[in-house]
Design a protein. Structure first.
Length: 60
């Protein structure tokens, strides 16, 4: 009755706090997922992206 009761009483008892919790958690999930996929993409394509090879093609 400890943790689940505390979570229910503090977040899920009122619709407004549950909606706020959903919005905030969706925001943080989106930011985390975006950073993780960008990091994975850049690691997989190391040496193939423009920012890695632009020194070869830019004129001074």
């Amino acid at each position: 009755m400890g943790l689940s009761s505390t979570i229910y009483n503090s977040i899920f008892k009122r619709t407004s706090t549950m909606a706020l919790a959903v919005v905030v958690s969706a925001f943080f999930f989106e930011r985390t997922f975006d950073l993780a996929t960008d990091t994975l993409f850049e690691r997989y394509n190391e040496g193939k992206l423009w920012k890695h090879i632009k020194a070869k093609y830019e004129e001074e």
